[in-house]
Design a binder for this molecule. Structure first.
Ligand SMILES: Nc1ncnc2c1ncn2[C@@H]1O[C@H](COP(=O)(O)OP(=O)(O)OP(=O)(O)O)[C@@H](O)[C@H]1O
Ligand SMILES: [Mg+2]
Length: 289
């Protein structure tokens, strides 16, 4: 229980049903999983790599984590060792209401890390969803009350601001934006920020920017430092101190169906994701204090 919550009881409000209801709601919110959409409509910037490896680092830190793969490419599912033949039910079935979340959830080889995989049907989901009522809320409604088993939920989004990504933003509490350290890093970001604002103002007022994480950073490349400085000037404290370096072990790991933390936990790429998870958890503890 938080100090503030104890104080509320200590202040003699135990008998007040309104105070009890408030307290219960606060405790439930503190216990509820935080849902983070990993999004950037730009392709190949490290969304999936970040979702898979941040999830693994959080699970390694003792947290119960769920990854939801809503990208028809299914790279997060592959990267977590769940091959196509093992995917019978997945995020498509959850979105369309054909399956409850637990029935579509698989355990991965990483302790405490579960996955809702992407199945082939997901490729046609956009069109199908677009004909439904409340089409932006399908994911939110399907998962929000069913996450008691988890502390962190990461949704790996496709490289598009389509209905699948909108569903992730509506279901999420936060958006984590991976940005590749390259010349065009900021291009297209204004459109992403406008989409986030639109969702905040209409569909999901709870949504906040969790942060920006710089990926594929190469310290031998001067341009990377210029881009990093530019992004920090633009987003200030929202940019994580941890930068994910360009690291060959990170790019090799998915072909072995493993997060890089399992493939080679000592490499600089793994260590960066451990640091990113630690930074995120520190920030959460500070926010709660
Ligand atoms: N830090 C890194 N160092 C080296 N290679 C990386 C790094 N991060 C990602 N990659 C590689 O870059 C490619 C793109 O990464 P990833 O699939 O994570 O991007 P994405 O944003 O999810 O792509 P998409 O938009 O297609 O979903 C992959 O081959 C991945 O292995
Ligand atoms: Mg991806």
């Amino acid at each position: 229980m938080t100090d503030a919550a104890e104080g509320e009881i200590g202040a003699g409000s135990r008998s007040s049903s309104a105070a009890v209801a408030r307290l219960t709601a606060r405790l439930a919110a503190a216990r509820r999983a935080r849902i983070i959409a990993v999004a950037n409509q730009k392709g190949g910037v490290g969304k999936t790599t970040t979702a898979v490896n941040l999830a693994t680092a959080l699970a390694a830190a003792g947290r119960r984590v769920l990854v939801i793969d809503i990208d028809p490419q299914g790279n997060a599912s592959t990267g977590l060792g769940i091959g196509r033949e093992a995917r019978n039910t997945g995020s498509y079935d959850v979105l369309t209401g054909e399956s409850e979340l637990p029935a579509a959830t698989l355990e991965t080889a990483v302790p405490r890390l579960s996955l809702v995989p992407a199945t082939q049907d997901l490729a046609g989901a956009e069109l199908e969803m677009s004909q439904r009522e409340h089409r932006e809320f399908l994911l939110s409604r399907a998962i929000r009350s069913r996450l008691a088993a988890y502390e962190d939920v990461l949704i790996d989004c496709p490289p598009s601001l389509n209905l699948l990504t909108i569903n992730a933003l509506v279901a999420a509490d936060r958006v984590l934006v991976p940005l590749q350290c390259e010349f065009y890093a900021l291009e297209g970001l204004a459109q992403l920020m406008r989409t986030i604002e639109r969702v905040q103002h209409g569909l999901n007022p709870r949504l906040e920017l969790q942060g920006v994480v710089l990926t594929m950073y190469d310290r031998r490349n001067n341009l990377c430092d210029l881009v990093a400085a530019d992004v920090r000037e633009h987003f200030g404290k929202k940019v994580y101190d941890t930068m994910i370096p360009r690291n060959v072990r990170i790019s090799e790991a998915p072909s072995h169906g493993m997060p890089v933390l399992i493939y080679d936990h000592r490499c600089v790429g793994s260590q960066a994701y451990v640091q990113l998870a630690a930074e995120m958890l520190r920030e959460r503890r500070r926010a709660r204090a």
